[in-house]
Ligand binder design. Structure first.
Ligand code: ATP
Ligand code: MG
Length: 360
């Protein structure tokens, strides 16, 4: 089996490495400050756990190698403007948007898009960084040097945020997980829920992501984040990698998103993973883990061994059970062990489990 090299050594890379072990696949993580001379990347497969990387001798050498999977696709998907154009060219619905090049555009933007818009950096944003919520009263919050570097889009009044995680193999085969419900606060994913009942948007979403992956001749796992709005499913953004909203697959599916990615890039069989049970994923952000959590047998702790600091994703927990009612009860019992801000995420997860907030 070929060696797999992963650009980046964060938690996604570690989880890729863990997923490779049972398959006998050796996955080496390449930190951005590594000396490339110590790796022999010839005859290997190179992938990435990060979408944007600094331009260094190391990243140039890796990302220009013919072994780097999807190497020509990253420049398209990591630029929000090019990504939106691609989606629009494929006639796939997105939030109405336009490039933002100068201040004089604002009257036209507010009359064409909406009075509530979001400005997003074309490159390098994540977890809501590089984004500004705008209305006619606060256009000054966009730094001057951002004009020409951003797009602006309508703020969508969505009923749910959903993501579809899928993979495409080297022979064009595709496989998908069920749509995942996601809860973000301040641009950061806090919790995800997956249910077993068929979502009426599933086939539509799979069709959309298939079109994108086939058009790009993409290989590996790709994530499509969507808004469910009164106009149907709108694509928010694409990630050309495994994704936080797919972490539940580690404990509730027959093949995790990490294994699915390895299978796709290594040209191994790519059957549709079976989702065994409903699941809730809670991100652990800036908080310590509690070993008392482990007394709950349906709880799976994934701790990233990072230093805990404010706002940093340091782990996640997956709760898995056939019964959404039991999952909701477990959330109740966990509530006192979390900081107060988790109450909102837990209530959202409980409502989603009971289908209270679900747009069907
Ligand atoms: P990620 O961490 O997923 O990479 P990001 O920083 O790239 O996030 P987005 O996914 O574009 O940013 O936005 C983060 C969150 O902000 C979304 O999940 C959503 O909750 C909210 N958001 C973004 N764009 C819009 C929009 N047009 N209308 C309403 N809410 C939005
Ligand atoms: Mg996002």
């Amino acid at each position: 089996m070929k060696l797999v090299y992963v650009l980046g050594d964060g938690q996604l890379g570690h989880m890729l490495r863990q997923a490779g072990e049972p398959l006998g696949v050796t996955v080496h993580l390449i930190a951005l400050n590594s000396d490339l001379r110590i790796f022999s990347v010839n005859n290997s497969v190179i992938t990435t756990e990060i979408e944007c990387w600094p331009n260094t001798v190391l990243t140039q050498k890796l990302s220009k190698s013919i072994s780097f999977v999807n190497r020509d696709i990253f420049p398209v998907l990591t630029d929000r403007l090019r990504q939106k154009k691609l989606l629009n060219d494929l006639n796939l619905a997105t939030a109405p948007w336009q490039p933002l090049s100068c201040k004089t555009q604002w009257p036209q933007i507010f009359s064409t898009l909406d009075r509530h818009v979001i400005v997003k950096c074309r490159n390098g944003g994540y977890n809501g960084h590089g984004q500004w919520n705008l209305c006619p009263d606060n256009i000054e919050i966009v730094p001057k040097n951002m004009y020409g570097q951003c797009i602006v889009e309508k703020r969508i009044n969505f009923s749910n945020e959903l993501s579809l995680i899928g993979a495409r193999g080297r022979n064009g085969d595709t496989a998908f997980y069920p749509l995942t419900y996601n809860f973000h606060q301040n641009g950061v994913l806090r919790a995800s829920v997956v249910l077993l009942n068929h979502n009426t948007q599933q086939n539509i979403a799979e069709h959309m992501l298939s079109m994108i992956m086939h058009e790009l001749d993409y290989i590996g796992v790709m994530t499509m984040e969507c808004f469910m709005s009164s106009e149907g499913l709108l694509i928010n953004e694409l990630s050309a990698r495994v994704h936080n909203s797919g972490h539940w697959t580690q404990d509730a599916a027959s093949i995790s998103q990490f294994e699915l990615h390895l299978r796709a890039i290594l040209n191994l069989p790519l059957p549709t993973p079976i989702t065994y049970m409903p699941a809730v994923m809670l991100n652990l952000i800036g908080i310590n883990s509690r070993m008392s959590w482990l007394s709950e047998p349906r709880l799976h702790l994934h701790w990233y061994n990072k230093t805990v600091c404010h706002g940093r994703k340091v782990g996640h927990i997956n709760l898995v059970d056939l019964s959404p009612v039991i999952l909701s009860q477990i959330l109740n019992s966990l509530l006192p062990t979390f900081p107060v801000e988790y109450t909102d995420y837990i209530i959202w997860a409980q409502n989603t489990l009971s289908q209270k907030q679900i747009y069907i």
